[in-house]
Design a binder for this molecule. Structure first.
Ligand code: ADP
Length: 210
């Protein structure tokens, strides 16, 4: 029999680059938990014809658009690389819209809980996500993170170090955590950890409805 839910418990999943967020959220997806991804939404927002893309064109010039009216992502990355003011201008266009879309999707969810994958959660204003319920941080030792990043993306150590330095620190992220997955260990340890958290979130969600 279908159950009426007031609303879904909204659980943020965050972690540094190559900490294992996608690997972890895939584990929840296998259990049937909806996952809404800030990066995927950001890509949808710059599809041809989207208002955010028009704003980006107006702010940065038509050179950053492709001939078919999309965003030239490589050029955009090059444009904001090392230019903090430009990066902030881009984020001011995209981030509020990403948050709005995440909130709308979480609110529309008719299951006990959903996950919101937000890589830049710790870098966002503290009040930006005050409508969410809980924060799960995927945490790894820095050296492990560096090695996984280099291996996954074929990066040099210098580039990987730079990518890590541009993000919040482990400590800053952990300070925001309600739950932590230590993903330093073997990947086959994850299903049990995910199953335990799944049970915890279902229990919390049933309290939310009670
Ligand atoms: P993120 O989404 O946080 O950037 P990923 O989930 O893509 O990180 O993981 C980064 C890389 O590390 C991927 O190649 C993934 O397969 C690998 N990985 C994730 N967790 C583990 C683990 N526990 N042991 C070994 N490799 C892992």
């Amino acid at each position: 029999m279908p159950t009426a839910f007031n609303r879904s418990l909204a659980v943020v999943v965050t972690g540094g680059i190559a900490s294992g967020k996608t690997t972890v959220t895939n584990g929840f997806l296998e259990l049937g938990v909806p996952v809404f991804d800030a990066d995927a939404i950001a890509r949808e927002l710059v599809a041809p014809g989207q208002p955010a893309l028009a704003e980006i064109g107006a702010a940065f010039g038509p050179d950053l658009l492709t001939s078919d009216g999309g965003l030239d992502r490589r050029r955009m990355r090059e444009h904001i690389f090392g230019d903090d003011a430009a990066r902030r201008r881009l984020e001011a266009i995209l981030h509020p819209r990403v948050r709005e879309a995440l909130q709308a999707r979480a609110r529309a969810c008719a299951v006990p809980y959903c996950l919101l994958a937000i890589p830049l959660f710790a870098e966002s204003p503290r009040t930006a996500y005050d409508w969410t319920d809980r924060v799960l941080v995927v945490d790894v030792a820095r050296a492990v993170q560096l090695a996984r990043l280099m291996q996954r993306d074929g990066m040099t150590e210098d580039d990987a170090q730079r990518a890590l330095a541009a993000q919040a620190t482990r400590a800053q992220r952990l300070a925001l955590a309600d739950d932590v997955i230590d993903n330093t260990g073997a990947i086959d340890a994850l299903p049990r950890i995910v199953a335990r958290l799944h049970a915890r979130y279902l229990a919390l969600a049933s309290r939310l409805r009670a």
